[in-house]
Structures are given as structure tokens and as C-alpha cells.
Design a binder for this molecule. Sequence first.
Ligand SMILES: Cc1cc2nc3c(=O)[nH]c(=O)nc-3n(C[C@H](O)[C@H](O)[C@H](O)COP(=O)(O)O)c2cc1C
Length: 181
Amino acid sequence: MGSKILGLSGSYGSTSKNSLLVSLALKEAEKLGAEVIFWDIAEKPLPLVGEDGCWQNETVKEFQALASSCDGFLLASPEYHGTMSGVMKNTLDWLYMDHVGGKVFGLMSTLGGIANSNTLNHLRICIRWLHGWVVPEQLAIGNVKEAFTEDGDLSDEKNTERLEKLVASVVKHASLLRDGE
Ligand SMILES: Cc1cc2nc3c(=O)[nH]c(=O)nc-3n(C[C@H](O)[C@H](O)[C@H](O)COP(=O)(O)O)c2cc1C
């Protein structure tokens, strides 16, 4: 059976570069035989953890059930003030070891300025607390305004190659960890 991969973006909206990046990664995962799903945070917003009524929220329950049914995760977050966005952190705060423990994660981030690994490293720490396995391949895209073509592809071939390697690793390890083969 192919792997089931869930894509999560750390920013809202159809023009978000992170949503675009997750879509590109999911398309690549689909080519490799995975079943893919994108959780559109604009369509199905998750409440802030701790706000009134959040523990009974039906969208949260749906999100957690979906995560439980998936074998791997592809995440992209913008870097905000040197770390992941609040949207991404709140999304991850709705997940626990019961939903994602022992499963594979692939990480991407975009920056307005020069590429660095801050957000990727912070995501890695956070996912360690969820007992997820983060693959070593990763992608940070700097100067994000110039990083995509008008058609929504990555303009630098090196980024495309990194994306392909990252996704291939997530798809491979998702089934390895699930089935042991
Ligand atoms: C509140 C805020 C903080 C930001 N902080 C940084 C930063 O620390 N470093 C950086 O390179 N870009 C920073 N940016 C630019 C974002 O990283 C950039 O707009 C984002 O990667 C674009 O992705 P999106 O289209 O998915 O929102 C910041 C943007 C906002 C709105």
C-alpha cells in the first residue's frame, strides 16, 4: 500500500508561497505513488490552543483523526522573526505523539531575506517533542519574492532538486517506518 502524506502550510491564503511549496511537494509525492492531502488552514482554520471551547472543537478532532491516518508529513513555514510562524506552531500544538509519533516529517521554509536554517532547526526540535522522525534532507528558500516563476514553479533548479530529494526521502521512509520494508 502507498504512503499517505499530509501537507501543512504555516501561512494562510492561495497566494502564500508556503502553500505553493507544499502543493509542489505533494505533487512530487503523488508522482512517487503516495496518496496526498493538503490541510487548507484558510478553509478549515484551527482555533488557538487554549481559547474558549477549543478542546471540543470538531475541526480539531477532524485534523487529529486525519493526522492519525497519515504515514508522513510535509511542512513548510515562513520564517517570522527568526522562527516558524505562529500559524505553524499552533498547528503543531494540536498534534501529539498519539497522532504522529514514529512517523516521518519533511521540512521546508521560506524567508524574505537570505536563506538560513533557523526555522528548520526550530521545527526539528518541536517535532522531536512529538516523537516524529525528521528526514535529514530539508529546504530553505531565501529571497522568496524571486523564488517562484509566474507559473508557480521554483525558479532555481537547485531548489527543485532539493525538493525532489526531500520528498523522495519522506515517501521512502514513511513506508519503511510503517511496514519495516
Ligand atoms: C511578522 C513577519 C516577520 C518576518 N520575519 C522575517 C525574518 O525574520 N527573516 C526573513 O528572512 N523574513 C522574514 N519575514 C518575511 C517572510 O519570511 C516572508 O514574507 C514569507 O517567507 C513569505 O511566505 P508566505 O508567502 O507563505 O507568507 C517576515 C514576515 C513577517 C510578516
